[in-house]
Design a binder for this molecule. Structure first.
Ligand SMILES: C[S@@+](CC[C@H](N)C(=O)[O-])C[C@H]1O[C@@H](n2cnc3c(N)ncnc32)[C@H](O)[C@@H]1O
Length: 313
């Protein structure tokens, strides 16, 4: 009986009922409640004090602000009484006005953020450096990938992609046939403090990996150096598990003869039909060949492509 009396006493003031309904809907600071209710601080604070004393409010400090929330007690006379009170409040025009004012207060929160970013714009990248770092972003991205993903990086060179994949939490087997490139990759990985990359000497047409031993095989700007690109794609298909991916990045067919002398390339790029035929011959399915226009630079460069497919499950 006593508990019930307390409930009725707390609910005897219509403003307190409005406050409770608002705080059940959103966690609000005193100023925000003042804005919604159109009341002075002293009145709002007095009601909050009564509600707090009745044990109905949870508060959360955020810097200099305190945010309040009403959590309907699980037990006791509150739950049913509050449901009844709320029902009649919903039919009251004041509630509709409060809801509309609350929507405005919530919109004002978003507006503050928007005006901040509108003012900052392109300066954000410089500002962000203060509290945000690349390692943290990479760690967060690892949550997107299945844990323990095993990837082969064929023709790893200085290990630039192996490094990125390892940062994303993948275990990488990085293969190259050049001892000097492998040395350079080792030095870079050590300098960056990256573990989880297994550097191996090997040929693209005879990869030092067992059949179906990795989840994905990747080769970036290597195909145009290989004696037989078709054979390399067959090898990549061999080492991936059923359902695993083979991804190739290289140049689209081009006419830049200078690349043979200056960069030692064997092939002047590849077009979609030949890459697709190699993938299909390796029993890979769902081939996607996507091109990207060369970035305009001081020298005319060929377009590039990304081709990918999956080993049949
Ligand atoms: C242009 S680099 C690309 C390196 C790296 N993938 C990247 O994108 O930075 C080509 C690499 O492929 C390696 N390579 C060329 N032919 C190869 C082969 N037959 N087997 C294994 N690696 C090979 C070279 O030693 C070189 O490191």
């Amino acid at each position: 009986m006593e508990a019930l009396q307390k409930v009725f006493k707390t609910l005897s003031d219509p403003t307190r009922v409005r406050v409770l309904a608002l705080l059940e809907q959103e966690e609000l600071a005193v100023q925000e409640l003042m804005d919604v209710l159109g009341m002075a601080q002293s009145r709002v604070s007095r009601h909050l004090a009564i509600l707090r004393e009745a044990g109905l409010l949870r508060d959360r400090r955020d810097g200099t602000y305190v945010f309040y929330r009403f959590e309907v007690p699980e037990e006791g006379p509150w739950r049913e009484t509050w449901e009844l009170v709320k029902q009649s409040l919903e039919a009251d025009p004041t509630r509709a006005r409060d809801r509309a004012a609350l929507t405005q207060v919530m919109a004002a929160r978003a507006d503050r953020t928007r005006s901040f970013f509108d003012a900052v714009g392109p300066e954000w990248d410089a500002l962000r450096k203060v509290f945000n770092d690349d390692a943290l972003r990479s760690r967060a991205l690892t949550r997107l990938l299945p844990p323990g993903l095993e990837v082969a990086d064929v023709g790893t060179g200085t290990g630039i992609l192996a490094q990125e994949l390892a940062r994303l939490g993948a275990h990488v087997v990085a293969i190259d046939h050049s001892p000097r490139m492998l040395e350079a990759a080792r030095a870079k990985l050590e300098a960056a403090g990256i573990e989880g990359v297994d550097l191996r000497a090997g040929e693209a047409h005879a990869l030092p990996l067992d059949d179906q031993s990795v989840d994905a095989a990747f080769t970036h700007m290597v195909l145009h150096y290989l004696p037989s690109p078709a054979e390399a794609i067959r090898e990549m298909a061999r080492i991936v598990r059923p359902g695993g991916s083979v991804v190739v990045v290289d140049f689209v067919r081009h006419e830049h003869e200078w690349m043979r002398q200056e960069l030692g390339v064997s092939w002047l790029g590849f077009d979609a039909s030949e890459v697709e035929a190699w993938f299909e011959a390796a029993d890979l399915e769902g081939v996607v060949y996507e091109t990207q226009a060369a970035r305009s630079g001081s020298r005319d460069l060929p377009d590039t492509f990304i081709a990918s497919a999956r080993r049949r499950a």
